[in-house]
Design a protein around this ligand. Structure first.
Ligand SMILES: [Zn+2]
Length: 145
């Protein structure tokens, strides 16, 4: 099993010089920074001064595109829209959307809840979406468009 690093193990801010660097004895840019009202650990990066938590919401942290927009695009993909069509409608590059999709698939468990609850995506649609990512290469998501 691959061991996942999670926010809290590294700074998730892409603009930060210490972005993605795992914390070690030599690399210690993160400090614990209290907890959220729900008791989730919050961290602060001493390099970029950004704070973040270890849970969902940090997956797309630091991306230029708002998280809601990314999630909505993922939901539309799950509903069978083509990447090429979404690229035209939403104005994001196809490569960018594919990258979100790959990243989302790596955090599928964390994202499924919010996609189902807030975007009314069905479980079967999500399963198809993650299967699509695993078989990436095809440009088309829906069976017949
Ligand atoms: Zn940082």
């Amino acid at each position: 099993m691959e061991k996942f690093a999670k926010p809290g193990d590294f700074c998730p801010n892409e603009a930060c010089p210490d972005y993605g660097k795992l914390q070690t004895a030599q690399q210690q840019n993160l400090e614990k920074f209290g907890k959220t009202r729900r008791g989730v650990q919050r961290y602060r990066c001493q390099t970029c001064r950004k704070t973040f938590t270890e849970t969902f919401g940090t997956i797309f942290y630091g991306k230029r595109t708002p998280e809601h927009e990314i999630l909505e695009t993922l939901a539309l993909l799950a509903e069978g829209n083509r990447i090429s069509a979404l690229s035209r409608v939403k104005g994001h590059k196809e490569d960018t959307i594919l990258q979100w999709l790959r990243e989302a698939a790596r955090h599928a468990e964390q994202l499924e809840g919010v996609l189902m609850a807030e975007f009314k995506v069905k479980r079967a649609q999500l399963d198809a979406l993650w299967a699509y990512v695993r078989n990436k290469g095809e440009k088309k998501l829906s069976r017949d468009g």
